[in-house]
Design a protein around this ligand. Sequence first.
Ligand code: AMP
Length: 193
Amino acid sequence: MRICVYGAASPTIDAEYIRKVEELGREMARRGHSLVFGGGANGLMGAAARGIRDGGGKIVGVIPKFFDDDKVEAICDFCDELVFTETMRQRKQIMEDRADAFIVAPGGIGTFEEFFEILTLKQLCRHNKPIAVYNVMGYYNELNDVLEQAIKKNFIRENCSDLYKITSDPEELLRYIETPVLGERTVRDLKDG
Ligand code: AMP
């Protein structure tokens, strides 16, 4: 499968996050998957790319041109394909189009935005691809609490929790991603109002 991994750009995070995501990348490659990602060389983007490369998998980086022009961020220099876009929006669109599934590794604002966009689109039945949140060292526990609270208070439909999986276990994460999605839902099944 072509798996999109979203994750931190920051190079100053704890090394254990880096280690876990490199390991995930290697396991993805071992299982025959390829990587679609934001093209960054640092943080968990770089970690996912190194893992996939070490496992012999293919890598597609998608990055806005201004990152290169303005030297905003180091770009991964071993992608099999590097797609340059004009805007951040185009980049998200291409990552979405070119992936069969999404993994959300720990990250900051950019990663949160990517997760919520892909989840919103799934809630609106614009795609039906698996989304898995990799909860390394409990990083997403509080986010999960926020989502559960929103369900409890009827801001989100209860069955929306079926739209993604959150786990700290890489085997469970990849098994979820690889399981064919069954059944069709309509927007009315998932969204009030
Ligand atoms: P953040 O979580 O804020 O570190 O942002 C990382 C996520 O947003 C990645 O999954 C990228 O697709 C995108 N992104 C944001 N900032 C950058 C950057 N400096 N370099 C590459 N991608 C970035």
